[in-house]
Design a protein around this ligand. Structure first.
Ligand code: ADP
Length: 218
């Protein structure tokens, strides 16, 4: 089954964790702008150097930078059988540009999954998040601990805290979300994109169950 999916929601709501599972179930590429930007930072590319200034302050990276990455990624042939966008679009101009890219290729989104949870819950999820330095797998100190403390179950890499996951930076990211990203929901609704609101409280399996049920709806 080919599905074009978009996972939308504030930092810490669990988009990344759910996206990996969803992309696995539907066998579609998981396209996460945050992961792409961190990969660019690790490889010291000019895009990475530009992005790092913003990410380290908890600010959004400029639209042109992100749009260039996405346009290139969506042009890959592996997206022909579907794709899952995670963390993009994050501004109204990004959503407009995505609309243009999709209509230009005769594609549309099948489901726009909007995850929501209270701010205090988001802060505690992000503060406890640890990621693998090598493969980027995501853990949580209490909700999803690795089998061996500090070591990635998947590849044996070292688990670290992302530099933008400290409490002061998290607050900035939530402010950016409220000011620039939340209005994108109105854009989706005004343009008839297929929005499904998902309650992201509860454990990861419960949340996945809600997402899966929403995707199976016509
Ligand atoms: P989270 O959803 O937890 O904030 P991400 O990995 O998706 O984590 O994003 C980390 C950071 O990367 C963001 O705070 C932002 O600076 C940058 N970023 C990711 N995606 C975008 C985007 N679409 N537009 C602008 N900046 C982005």
């Amino acid at each position: 089954m080919s599905e074009n999916l978009l996972l939308f929601g504030p930092p810490g709501v669990g988009k990344g964790t759910q996206a990996v599972r969803l992309a696995g179930v539907f066998q579609i590429p998981h396209i996460a702008t945050g992961d792409m930007l961190r990969a660019a930072i690790q490889s010291y590319t000019p895009v990475g150097q530009r992005a790092k200034e913003f990410i380290d302050k908890g600010q959004l990276v400029p639209d042109q930078v992100v749009l260039a990455l996405i346009a290139e990624r969506l042009a890959h042939s592996d997206t022909a059988r579907g794709f899952l966008l995670d963390g993009f679009p994050r501004t109204v101009p990004q959503a407009e540009a995505l609309g243009g890219m999709l209509s230009g290729t005769g594609k549309k989104l099948d489901h726009v999954l909007v995850l929501h949870a209270p701010d205090e819950e988001l802060v505690s999820r992000i503060a406890g998040r640890r990621i693998c330095e090598s493969c980027q797998a995501s853990y949580h100190v209490t909700a999803k601990p690795p089998k061996k403390p500090g070591v990635c179950d998947r590849c044996g890499g070292m688990l670290i805290q992302r530099s933008d996951d400290s409490e002061s930076i998290i607050r900035n990211r939530l402010r950016e979300f409220a000011a620039k990203t939340k209005p994108v929901i109105d854009y989706f609704l005004a343009n008839g994109w297929p929005v499904r609101k998902i309650d992201a409280n509860g454990n990861m399996d419960q949340i996945f169950g809600r997402i899966y049920a929403a995707v199976l709806l016509p």
